[in-house]
Structure formats: structure tokens, C-alpha cells
Design a protein around this ligand. Structure first.
Ligand code: AMP
Length: 609
């Protein structure tokens, strides 16, 4: 084919459709607006105007009889759609969607488009593939290739050029789920087995959240919105989906919808409730578990064991649900990748093949991803022991940017008023083996006997700026820091410093441990905030080192007593912990020894009681 020919790649999806083509030397998803996704909906307005995409989806709830969605499920069947007085076949409806996508492409490429690669699920029958061809013809397109969706996904990940691999493509969209085992060798990608459920997807998750909202409203106001309030019901359905999406990155979300109904005397009734990710995960767990049955069935059909899988590729908007990834990691064990936008991955793979068929030498899709993992250290168990520098990243390596994630932590001791948040870069479960990038304290926490919940929210933008915020859940008290150049590669001296700190930490010189740590923290902190000019190592005073080490031991000893002592003593001790920590941070030797002495005396007094 000629080098100048334009071929586009199309993902004709159940919920959304996308188009991709070569821009510069990379396939890109094209289209207006931020999402570049065209809802796969077609309808006519009451005035007879043709509506495609967003406009059709918007009228779906008001005029369902005038709108068609999920046409993909009917491809290859004899079913007909009646819209108003007109009748359409499934390929005719799909052709409207294809034409809209072609227009998007033409506008952006400033050229006429006549050829396309279109993707279909691996399990699509011959009749369904024929119907897809037909849709293309009706839209005036020559379909140069029908491409299996899992193959498109693996192409987007650039596996076509590497050694032999076996990938699992797990695709969970709005209304369908399928999983395929793909063998990739050189240019040949073969679907070994495929399984799925074309009645399972994010819509079912929405329904569970919606049911929860409806129950809450009924419990509070005695009104079932489903019965006679179609508009409020539609608003809640939308709110449920939005809440669900927020829970993919947040631990809690608030659903607040005003004036959903009115009392006989004209009072407006609202809904206001908080949902936690934990509660949401309990709701959807059995649905996610049911996808695992398909996963194991596909493995069996392909004659493979979980160990044979080299990589799992996540495709489809609903794979953003953290529980999905967690369950796959737990049950299959292969590395999970979702660094290519899960909604756009298939279209990008189609765009890549289309570019190759048009004679361009393209190997993979480029995405902006975080090259490192980030997270705070926390008190927890490591190798069976309580350890203050436990670490599990909140933002995982290879995640597409920008990204925001929130995790929950709890105070370590009763009546704790301050938490220190140290943010690390790396993947080791021991924070001290990673690189410290920043550090701050959340002060003034509500002192309480039970655990106090603290949320840590991290966001990393395209410019590599990491924003970290810690919030006390019950009061909303928050403190944040901003770290520039968080994803800039660390210099050799910074790495050497981290290695040295670690070596000293593990060298068994127990007395020097805390001092080495403090020293490393300061040095790293300076470099993270860009204030460190020289490369010379900070000289430490052995006397100060010894005092700090003694202070830490004292703090540790006194913490163990906290649970069994008088309230007043407990407050005094926690107060002293804070003062000691502040003195260490401020390198205030005088205040440090005064407070260490006071704590020593207090302990002497308490232990003697
Ligand atoms: P797709 O069919 O691949 O476009 O996927 C659409 C589905 O993905 C819908 O059910 C969306 O609600 C869902 N979805 C989109 N974004 C998220 C998110 N951040 N977390 C969970 N589900 C999402």
C-alpha cells in the first residue's frame, strides 16, 4: 500500500467507541473533548434529528424508545431496532457510529479517510464479524482488517516484536467481560482461548451502588424513588457511577444529591451519605470473583497454568477498580500492566496495526507513565516484627500520568497527636531500602484512645510534581507538601547516600542506627526540595547521635507503657514525644536533652509505681 495512504484504527465498543491514527510517528486517539470516547449510542430527538454519541446518551433516560445503546450485542442477529417510525438493522446503527468516528478522524487529520482496521471481541462468530464488515461498508469504509481486541491490546503494549510470550488480556468494560490467553511471537499474535460474560461489567457495579443509595433514601424518608420518580432515579444512577469511579482512587466518597423528592407539605428531601471503598468492595466482590471463574476456564482451555502467564494486560474502563487488579495479582501472580489507558488501549492497538498496514514503521504506543513507585512509610509488621518503616507504594510504577491515589492509615499509639509522613520512592517493602523524597508532620490530631484514621492522598502530574496530603478523617484536618521533580532520576550521589544509610542501618551498630537515619533524612530532604548545593556529606556530632539514639529508645520503651497507665501520664508522655521529635527535627540540642531528661524521670516515676 502507498506510504501516503491513511488507515485508521477503530474500537467499536459496547459502551464507547474510539478512533486512532498516526500523528507524527505515534498512533494517537483522535477526537474532540478530553475523553476522546464516543458513547456507542444512536437516537432521534422528538423533532426527528439524528443524535450520535453523547447527545444520544443524554436523551436515553428521557426517550429510551428513541435511542439505541449496546448495539454490539445484537451484531450478527436478525434483530431490528425501531426508532420512532423507522426500522434499522444492527449494522446500520453501527454505521452511524463509524461515520461519526470517521468525521472525527478527518477533522483532525485534515484529509479524507476511506480505510479502517476495526476490532471485535475474540469470541465474535463469523456472522458477527460479517455484520461488522457490513457496518463498515454502509459507512463508506473499506475494512482492511478485522482485528481481535486482545490482539490489539497486546500490539499496543508493543509485545509483537519481542521473544515468545504468553499474555492474559483481561477486558472488563461497561457491559461485557472477556478474558483471552494470547501467544505472541514476532509478528504473529494468536488467541489461544477466550471466555467471558457478555452480561457483566461496570453497569452491574453501578447498579449495586445505586441500590445502596435507594435503600438509604427509603430508610431515611420512606420513599422508593424507583417507583414514581424517574428523573431522580436517573440522577441517582449517574451519581452512583460517579461515586464508583471516585472510589477507584479515593478511600471514601460523599454522595450528595439535593431535592430528590418533596414531602406532601412541600419540603425538599435530600440524600447525603458517605461510601467507603471497603463497603463498595464488599458489594462487588462476588461479581469480581465470578470473573476469576472465566479466567481459570480460559487457562484450562488454552492448556496453560497460571505460572505460564508472562503478563496480564488490563483493558476496559472497569479494570481501574483496584479490587480487580488485587484479585488478579493474588490468584495469577503474573505482573499486571495497565500503563496504557485501559479505555483507549484497543483503539491504539488498532491504530498501530493500521499505521503499519499503511506502510509506517511503528512498533509501540507511547504513554506518559510514572517510572517509579511512591508511598509513605508506616508502622506495621515486617518479617513478623513490629517495624516503623514498613512501606507499600500508593502510586505504582508504570501507572499512566496524571494519577491520584488515597490510602488509609491508623495512628500507632493511643492519644497520638502527631503523625510524621515520610514519602519514599521505590518498591521495597522496607522503606529504608527506598529513597526518601519528602517528609512532613500532621499536627493537632484529635487525641483518642482508639485508632485514629488518617488518609494519605498522593497525586503525580505530567510534570513530575508530586503532591502529598495527609488528612485526619474525622476532622478533615490536613497538611500537604509539594515535591518538584519527583520522577527525575536520582543522581549517583543521592543513590550512594541511600545505600550508605542502609548499610549503616543494617551493619548492626545499633546505637548509630537512628542517627544514621536522621542524617539521611535531612540530606535527602534537602536534595528533594532543591536546597542542597554542595555534595559534601554532613558531619555529625557523635554526642548528638548518642542523645538521639537514647531518645528513640526511651520513646520506644515509654510507648509500650501507654496502654496501661493513667490518662494524665499518658498525655504527658505523648507531649514529651512530640517535643523530643521537634527538637530532633530542629537540631535543638538543648531542648532535646531537657525533654529526654524529663521523660526519663517520668518513666522512672511510673515504672516505680
Ligand atoms: P469501557 O466499556 O471500556 O469504555 O468501560 C466503561 C466502564 O468503565 C463503565 O462502566 C465506567 O463506569 C467504567 N469506568 C470508567 N472509569 C472508571 C474508574 N475510574 N473506576 C471504575 N470504573 C470506571
Amino acid at each position: 500500500m502507498s506510504h501516503n495512504e491513511v488507515i485508521i484504527g477503530i474500537d467499536l465498543g459496547t459502551t464507547n467507541s474510539e478512533v486512532a491514527a498516526l500523528i507524527g510517528d505515534q498512533p494517537r486517539v483522535l477526537g474532540p473533548g478530553g475523553t476522546k470516547m464516543l458513547p456507542s449510542c444512536v437516537g432521534f430527538s422528538p423533532q426527528g434529528q439524528l443524535l450520535i454519541g453523547e447527545a444520544a446518551r443524554n436523551q436515553l433516560l428521557v426517550y429510551p424508545e428513541m435511542t439505541v445503546r449496546s448495539v454490539k450485542r445484537k451484531m450478527g442477529t436478525e434483530e431490528r431496532f425501531e426508532i420512532g417510525k423507522k426500522t434499522f438493522t444492527p449494522p446500520e446503527i453501527s454505521a452511524f457510529i463509524l461515520r461519526e468516528l470517521v468525521q472525527w478522524a478527518q477533522q483532525e487529520l485534515c484529509t479524507e479517510v476511506k480505510k479502517a482496521v476495526i476490532t471485535v471481541p475474540a469470541y465474535f462468530s463469523d456472522a458477527q464479524r460479517q455484520a461488522t464488515q457490513e457496518a463498515g461498508q454502509i459507512a463508506g469504509l473499506e475494512i482492511v482488517r478485522i482485528l481481535n481486541e486482545p490482539t490489539a491490546a497486546s500490539l499496543a503494549y508493543g509485545f509483537g516484536d519481542e521473544a515468545h510470550r504468553t499474555a492474559m488480556v483481561y477486558d472488563l468494560g461497561g457491559g461485557t467481560f472477556d478474558v483471552s490467553i494470547v501467544s505472541i511471537e514476532g509478528d504473529v499474535t494468536e488467541v489461544l482461548a477466550s471466555h467471558g460474560n457478555n452480561r457483566l461489567g461496570g453497569d452491574d457495579f453501578d447498579q449495586l451502588v445505586l441500590d445502596r443509595l435507594l435503600r438509604e433514601f427509603q430508610a431515611r424518608h420512606g420513599i422508593n424513588l424507583q417507583d414514581r420518580h424517574p428523573v431522580s432515579y436517573a440522577r441517582l444512577r449517574w451519581a452512583a457511577e460517579e461515586a464508583k469511579k471516585r472510589l477507584s482512587s479515593e478511600q471514601y466518597t460523599r454522595v450528595r444529591e439535593e431535592a430528590l423528592a418533596t414531602t406532601p407539605d412541600g419540603k425538599s428531601l435530600h440524600l447525603d451519605l458517605e461510601l467507603s471503598r471497603q463497603e463498595y468492595e464488599t458489594m462487588i466482590r462476588s461479581l469480581v470473583e465470578s470473573t476469576l471463574e472465566s479466567v481459570f476456564q480460559t487457562l484450562k482451555d488454552a492448556g496453560k497454568q497460571p505460572d505460564d502467564i508472562d503478563v496480564i494486560l488490563l483493558v476496559g474502563g472497569s479494570t481501574r477498580t483496584p479490587l480487580v487488579r488485587e484479585m488478579l495479582e493474588e490468584h495469577i501472580g503474573a505482573p499486571v500492566r495497565q500503563d496504557i489507558h485501559p479505555d483507549l488501549c484497543v483503539a491504539l492497538g488498532a491504530g498501530l496495526l493500521a499505521s503499519r498496514l499503511a506502510g509506517h514503521d511503528v512498533h509501540r504506543v507511547l504513554v506518559d507513565v510514572s517510572p517509579y513507585s511512591f508511598g509513605p512509610s508506616h508502622m506495621g509488621m515486617l518479617n513478623g516484627e513490629l517495624y516503623p518503616y514498613c512501606y507499600s507504594p500508593i502510586i505504582k510504577r508504570n501507572i499512566p500520568l496524571p494519577v491520584t491515589r488515597t490510602e488509609r492509615y491508623f495512628t500507632a499509639v493511643p492519644y497520638q497527636k502527631v503523625i510524621e509522613v515520610s514519602v519514599f520512592q521505590g518498591d521495597d517493602s522496607d522503606a529504608l531500602r527506598n529513597i526518601l523524597v519528602g517528609n512532613f508532620a500532621v499536627e493537632g490530631l484529635t487525641p483518642m484512645a482508639e485508632e485514629n484514621e488518617v488518609l494519605c492522598r498522593m497525586s503525580l502530574d505530567l510534570d513530575g510534581i508530586l503532591k502529598v496530603e495527609a488528612i485526619e478523617k474525622r476532622t478533615g484536618l490536613s497538611k500537604h507538601i509539594m515535591i518538584k521533580d519527583a520522577i527525575k532520576p536520582k543522581s549517583e550521589s543521592e543513590l550512594a547516600q541511600a545505600r550508605e544509610r542502609l548499610r549503616r542501618f543494617y551493619s548492626g551498630r545499633v546505637d548509630a542506627i537512628d542517627a544514621a537515619w536522621e542524617e539521611g533524612m535531612e540530606a535527602n530532604l534537602e536534595s528533594a526540595s532543591g536546597t542542597s548545593q554542595g555534595t559534601e556529606k554532613t558531619q555529625t556530632d557523635p554526642e548528638v547521635d548518642a542523645t538521639i539514639a537514647a531518645a528513640h529508645r526511651l520513646i520506644e520503651r515509654s510507648r509500650q507503657l501507654l496502654a496501661d497507665i493513667h490518662d494524665e501520664d499518658r498525655e504527658d508522655i505523648i507531649d514529651l514525644h512530640e517535643k523530643i521529635q521537634e527538637a530532633i527535627d530542629a537540631s535543638d540540642r538543648q531542648t532535646l536533652s531537657t525533654n529526654v531528661n524529663t521523660l526519663q524521670e517520668l518513666l522512672f516515676f511510673i515504672e516505680g509505681k
